[in-house]
Design a protein around this ligand. Structure first.
Ligand code: XMP
Length: 325
């Protein structure tokens, strides 16, 4: 039977044997896979590991800071925090087409990754949180015909963009490659990752940028971050987080009329998206209590400047998608 202690011990041994004295780069995303991976590698090779976190500026409120702090203070693992917020925002300035937005964000990710890995490197190995189902699909890797080793040709990064440049092809360390997601969660919990990471709902690579319909601006990002935080707080407080596949806010780029005190308002609506799903392929809108909807709506309209209306998305997938872009 599978025990986490035995797995950790075996992984540490394997990683050391594979990597030797060489340096390893790991891109943290904030999810359970890359976090567990960081822990294992750090245990195995200490300073030979460099963890890099690229902040695109599209994460949820407080998440980048919390991630870096968690790693530094709880795990004593240093994180190279790369603040790339301005350049990502500049890349998508004025862009309203969803696919074009994704494409640009994906390409910028590769550019930043390239620059930063050269600045911090050189590295021989790239650590990837490949899981067993990914090994079977095997889309992000090639097998080197000479050595028979798996070589990264893409970064597993949520971004379906072109491959890595030829001079930047790393050998791979993939200690999670025999595990399924629920085993990673179990492992993550056993090594002391907080529940907020272990049970984290899926979050798309382009993040909040695809939850602001149309053009993304700094102002809209701030509004959505604040609204999204309220959704998360109430969903957590009322015990729904683990029952939902995803729960989040979407900002629409239109404005409608409202009234606040004796003032007429003209501001953005927020869409609440709360769904149940097994695998993200199909999904059902969640039948949550009206009280929960009411609390979220009241808090958003009262606390988030720039929003005067909250609507609930009651579309299932299909025909709707989970995200709005
Ligand atoms: P849709 O919106 O297609 O989403 O119903 C299905 C699941 O995939 C997630 N999603 C993404 N994940 N990069 C990701 O890593 C992306 O570009 C992306 N787009 C959608 C979505 O959050 C949902 O869980």
């Amino acid at each position: 039977t599978w025990t986490t202690a035995a797995f950790v011990e075996e992984s540490v041994r394997e990683i050391r044997a594979r990597v030797g004295e060489k340096r390893v780069l790991l891109a943290l995303s904030g999810g359970v896979d890359s976090s567990t991976l960081a822990f294992l590698l750090h245990k195995a090779i200490g300073d030979q590991l460099t963890c890099m976190f690229i902040d695109q500026g599209f994460m949820r409120k407080y998440e980048p800071e919390r991630l870096v702090k968690l790693f530094k203070e709880e795990f004593h693992i240093d994180v190279e925090y790369v603040n790339a917020r301005d350049r990502f925002l500049a890349q998508i300035e004025g862009i309203t087409d969803p696919e074009e937005k994704r494409r640009r964000i994906g390409h910028e990710f590769i550019r930043v990754f390239e620059e930063e890995s050269k600045r911090l490197g050189p590295f021989d190995y790239l650590a990837q949180g490949t899981l067993y189902p990914d090994v079977i699909e095997s889309a992000d890797t090639n097998v080197d015909p000479k050595s028979g080793e798996r070589v990264a040709v893409k970064i597993k990064s949520h971004h379906n963009v072109g491959g890595l440049p030829k001079d930047l092809r790393f050998k791979l360390v993939e200690p999670l490659r025999k595990l399924f997601k629920d085993e990673v969660r179990k492992l993550g919990r056993a090594i002391g990752l907080p529940e907020e990471i272990v049970q984290r709902q899926p979050f798309p690579g382009p993040g909040l940028a695809i939850r602001i319909l149309g053009e993304v601006t700094a102002e809209k990002l701030n509004i959505l971050r604040d609204a999204d935080l309220i959704v998360r707080q109430e969903i957590n407080r009322q015990g729904f987080y683990n029952q939902l596949w995803q729960s989040f806010a979407v900002l629409l780029p239109i404005r409608s009329v409202g009234v606040m005190g004796d003032q007429r308002t003209y501001a953005y609506p927020i869409v609440l998206r709360l769904v149940k799903s097994e695998d993200g392929m199909t999904a059902d809108w969640a039948r949550v209590p009206y009280d929960l909807l009411e609390t979220i709506s009241n808090r958003i309209v009262n606390e988030v400047k720039g929003v005067n209306r909250v609507v609930y998305d009651i579309t299932s997938k299909p025909p709707g998608t989970i995200e709005w872009e």
